[in-house]
Design a protein. Sequence first.
Lengths: 189, 189
Amino acid sequence: MSTTTEKAPLNGVDVPTLFGTRDAVKHTNEIAEFQFRATNTWVSGTHSRSTFADFHGAMQEMRHENETVVESDHPAVLVGTDVGPTPVEYLLHAIAACLTSGIANIAAARGVRLTHVSSSVTGDIDLLGILGLSDQVRNGYEKIRVSFEIKGDAPPEKLRQIVEQSRARSAVYDVLRNGVPVEITVNAA
Amino acid sequence: MSTTTEKAPLNGVDVPTLFGTRDAVKHTNEIAEFQFRATNTWVSGTHSRSTFADFHGAMQEMRHENETVVESDHPAVLVGTDVGPTPVEYLLHAIAACLTSGIANIAAARGVRLTHVSSSVTGDIDLLGILGLSDQVRNGYEKIRVSFEIKGDAPPEKLRQIVEQSRARSAVYDVLRNGVPVEITVNAA
């Protein structure tokens, strides 16, 4: 009975379906092969626009319920028109959102009811790198810091373990921490 | 005279200001020390929301002209409510937008007028990793591919060199390719 209770929907997570999906993937590994996609169009200057629409997963072509469009630009101090956040700021959203979705799933799977999860993310970057003014400075962030506030019906130590397990299984954390091969091809005319 | 012509505004890029900013940073390196920020709040299940508002740079606290709010979720097939793109999809936007803003800047600095820049980005991920079903599969993307279409008043080879120089000075490319230290702290109650 206690197992059934722990697997009931919690934190907005449909835990039975979550476990069912994991079992289906365990049986048919190909279900787990996903490809995510974005298309981007240059608008003017440092301003560009991306659309998220379709993806591949569970052995089929799929579409999001709604397309999402996001803008990027540089602020005026970096000679842009500040129509949207910089590209590097989206990395900060990605790590916070990935860890947070994992926290909700893992807490639900462990029978912990969460009442609050929020985070502040900072990324320190020295632009001497991308401006080509120093060989000693990398182009990207030197460090990213994620600071969580988490509350729920479990002792602080158990809540911290949930965050740690989310980190250990986070796709974005893995990419940002360990890097990923990036292949760029160009059709120029 | 030809130098003046090449530095005139082009591609929506204020080239004189771009060079002026670089010169100012060369003189006072501290101008280049930036910190970007995002705050994220859990909504329900895998759905969370980030806000981009302020940042530090050019030796002062700064704010974007407008706050931007973005949503992340998992699609239904991954037991979410599909309110927005997944966290990993935002990484694809970030690399496309970063390379594209660099392309516009570099082309302008080289006196090349662009008429079209677009890109498609894909990220392949095997969810056996984050589902904890295989020790052989990483959590994150196995590979990211960026495919550019670029047109302008320069030969294809010169356009390709502009893309290559953007890659060589891209903050997001560096982070995704080479990784970055990520520190996570937790305040649990």
